[in-house]
Design a protein around this ligand. Structure first.
Ligand code: ITT
Length: 204
């Protein structure tokens, strides 16, 4: 089975990815803490983080990492690229306080994941980016026991008037519709379908 290395400090991401990869790809976890770059765009954070890891020769094999963020409309896209910092400092309760009094469409939010994949250690090959998003709303209160991070406050609209938070879904249900599921799904398709010689373009 083809093997790729996932560089992350977040065990929950690894669990989600391993379930998505199934028997197609062997995802090996490297628990390595690269610096959290404070850039404006998730794409830039993922790309530059991958370059940082590659330039230091941390991994010798094909690897990927990913940057994820929660973008809340009423907060002009905050916390966005600062999601990790904000989660640590004010957490879900802090986000809910910032949204006090906001209703309906104002609570709209997007989750975004950008996967950056480095197939070779060569500095001439730019990391390939794969983007996935999920649209939803920030719940009035945290709900659910599953997932991690912002999952209890992110309500995904499933149609027919139902909306569960990601924390109310099983891992497989979240993976089927989530930002990470979509981004990693694109990487998986790419790895499984495309011949190495024709791998050049970003899939965003
Ligand atoms: P690495 O950078 O080491 O991969 P991290 O947890 O710092 O791990 P991110 O910067 O991508 O990862 O995540 C930003 C924040 O968003 C962090 O607090 C996560 O817990 C949270 N987060 C990321 N993906 C999430 C998801 O699918 N559901 C809920 N919260 C998520």
């Amino acid at each position: 089975m083809k093997k790729i290395v996932f560089v992350t400090t977040n065990e929950n991401k690894v669990k989600e990815l391993r379930e998505l990869a199934g028997t197609k790809i062997n995802v090996e976890h490297l628990n390595y803490d690269y610096p959290e770059l404070q850039l404006d765009e998730t794409e830039a954070v993922a790309r530059e983080s991958a370059n940082w890891v590659r330039e230091r020769g941390v991994v010798k094999e094909p690897f990927f990492l990913e940057d994820s963020g929660l973008f809340v409309r009423a907060l002009n896209g905050f916390p966005g690229p600062f999601s990790a910092f904000v989660a640590e400092k004010i957490g879900n309760e802090g986000i809910l306080k910032l949204l006090a009094g906001k209703e309906g469409e104002e609570r709209r939010a997007t989750f975004k994941t950008v996967v950056a994949f480095c197939e070779s250690p060569s500095p001439e090959t730019a990391p390939l980016l794969f983007v996935g998003t999920a649209e939803g709303k920030i719940a009035e209160k945290p709900r659910g026991e599953g997932g991690f991070g912002y999952d209890p406050i992110f309500e995904f609209e499933e149609g027919a008037g139902t909306s569960r938070t990601f924390a109310e879904m099983s891992r497989a249900e979240k993976n089927a519709v989530s930002h990470r599921g979509r981004a990693f799904g694109k990487l998986l398709d790419y790895l499984v379908d495309v011949e190495p010689s024709s791998r050049t373009k970003n899939r965003t």
